[in-house]
Design a protein. Structure first.
Length: 164
C-alpha cells in the first residue's frame, strides 16, 4: 500500500482546485444575459412582449389613484418594465419595473417651487428558472398585473405593494 506524501496531496489538491476554478470560469463565460427585447425568437414573441409592457402600464394607470398614488406622491408614473434573459436557456435573470413621482411645494412668499422627486425600482418576484416563454404565456391577456406568475402563488400587483 502506498502512503501519499504531503507533496503528492498538495499536487492533487492543486489539480482539483484548478479544475474546479476552470469549470466555474467556464460556466460564467457561457451564461450571457440580454434585454428581453433582444432575446425574442419570433414575431409573435416581440408582439407579446410589447403588448405585455403596454398592458402592465395600462393596468397600473387604471388603479394608481385608488391605491399607490395617494399621499405625498400622487403622480406615480411607470417609466419602464425590463427583464434580462439568458440567451442559451431562455431563463429570466431578473425583471424590474421602474417608477417615478414627485411632490412640489410653492413658497407663498418667494414663489419658489421646491421639488421632492422619488424613484422606485420594483423587482418582480419570479420563481427560479422561470423561462421567458412561460412568463409571456402566464401574463398574456389584458390584465397581466393580476396574473399569477409562473411557479409562484403571487402576482406583480402583490409585489408592487411591497415596493411602492
Amino acid at each position: 500500500m502506498t502512503i501519499p506524501t504531503p507533496l503528492s496531496i498538495a499536487a492533487l489538491s492543486l489539480t482539483f482546485l484548478t479544475s474546479t476554478a476552470a469549470l466555474a470560469s467556464e460556466s460564467n463565460v457561457t451564461s450571457q444575459y440580454v434585454d428581453a427585447s433582444s432575446y425574442v425568437t419570433s414575431e409573435g414573441d416581440i408582439e407579446a412582449w410589447f403588448q405585455l409592457r403596454y398592458n402592465l402600464k395600462q393596468n397600473f394607470d387604471d388603479i394608481c389613484g385608488d391605491t399607490f398614488c395617494e399621499g405625498d406622491y400622487s403622480n406615480i408614473e411607470s417609466l419602464r418594465f425590463r427583464c434580462s434573459v439568458e440567451t442559451t436557456t431562455g431563463q429570466i435573470g431578473q425583471c424590474v419595473w421602474v417608477f417615478a413621482a414627485s411632490n412640489e411645494e410653492v413658497s407663498p412668499t418667494t414663489g419658489a417651487v421646491t421639488v421632492d422627486a422619488q424613484t422606485w425600482s420594483c423587482q418582480v418576484p419570479l420563481a427560479p428558472n422561470t423561462t421567458f416563454q412561460a412568463f409571456l404565456t402566464a401574463l398574456a391577456g389584458t390584465s397581466p398585473l393580476y396574473a399569477t406568475l409562473p411557479g409562484t402563488q403571487t402576482t406583480i400587483y402583490q409585489g408592487l405593494g411591497d415596493c411602492l
